[in-house]
Design a protein around this ligand. Structure first.
Ligand SMILES: O=C(CO)[C@H](O)[C@H](O)COP(=O)(O)O
Ligand SMILES: [Fe+2]
Length: 218
């Protein structure tokens, strides 16, 4: 029996920002369970994307929960600005903050919390926090940009996350993000992932609903 239902979260980073409202509608009509929002500050990653005002706008038009991925150097300082619009807020273990305190702060404000790790960060780095999270986000590309190829070496990290969860009777979701398409979703699902972020493979597909069914594996 799988620990969690399958969730597909299209990444808004890959949509046409000039038609944001219609793109949100298109993703929802194609079967999005959540929408994934990549916040980048130009310090933690080598890119700048969007901030709270943009996420608030998406929240105004969206009918599904928002999954906010904070790729920022000081998530402890910025996460409160996303609480109004986000259902889940994910922060990075490598950022400059007291991880335990940030995770507790997100939960105290009534949101679920996620913890993420870069491909170069070993799984052991998140182990001390696993009892405190709702979701573990395993990055399957170097964070900062959409459209990069999936890193197959990350499959063992997903397996470690699943094995550890089962061994200790924990409940966190296992989310994968970066280069997820029909093939890599199947590989990561097999390894234990239940939550799939997909940007380019779904927004650039000729038929978004079909592309999302393929990611879902149906
Ligand atoms: O966090 C991210 C990048 O840092 C994005 O969520 C990710 O890259 C999704 O885009 P794609 O599916 O095109 O790889
Ligand atoms: Fe992301």
């Amino acid at each position: 029996m799988p620990a969690h239902s399958i969730v597909i979260a299209p990444s808004i980073l890959a949509c046409d920002f000039g038609r944001l409202h219609e793109e949100v509608r298109r993703a929802e009509a194609a079967g999005a369970d959540w929408l994934h929002l990549d916040v980048m500050d130009g310090h933690f990653v080598d890119n700048i994307s969007f901030g709270p005002a943009f996420v608030d706008f998406v929240a105004k038009v969206a009918t599904v929960p928002l999954d906010v991925h904070l790729m920022v150097e000081r998530p402890d300082h910025y996460f409160p600005r996303f609480v109004k619009s986000a259902a889940n807020i994910t922060v990075h273990v490598e950022a400059q903050h007291d991880v335990r305190k940030t995770l507790a702060g997100i939960r105290e404000m009534g949101r679920t919390c996620g913890l993420s790790l870069r491909p170069a960060t070993p799984f052991e780095a998140v182990v001390p926090y696993l009892d405190q999270i709702d979701l573990l986000l395993v990055m399957t590309v170097v964070p900062g940009f959409g459209g990069q190829p999936f890193m197959p070496e990350m499959l063992t990290k997903v397996q470690d996350a699943r094995d550890r969860r089962e061994r200790l009777g924990m409940k966190y979701r296992i989310e994968v993000d970066g280069g997820i398409n029909e093939k890599t979703a199947a590989q990561t699902r097999e390894a234990g992932a239940d939550t799939f972020v997909a940007g380019t493979s779904v927004f650039a597909a000729p038929d978004m609903a079909e592309a999302m069914r393929k990611v879902r594996g149906v």
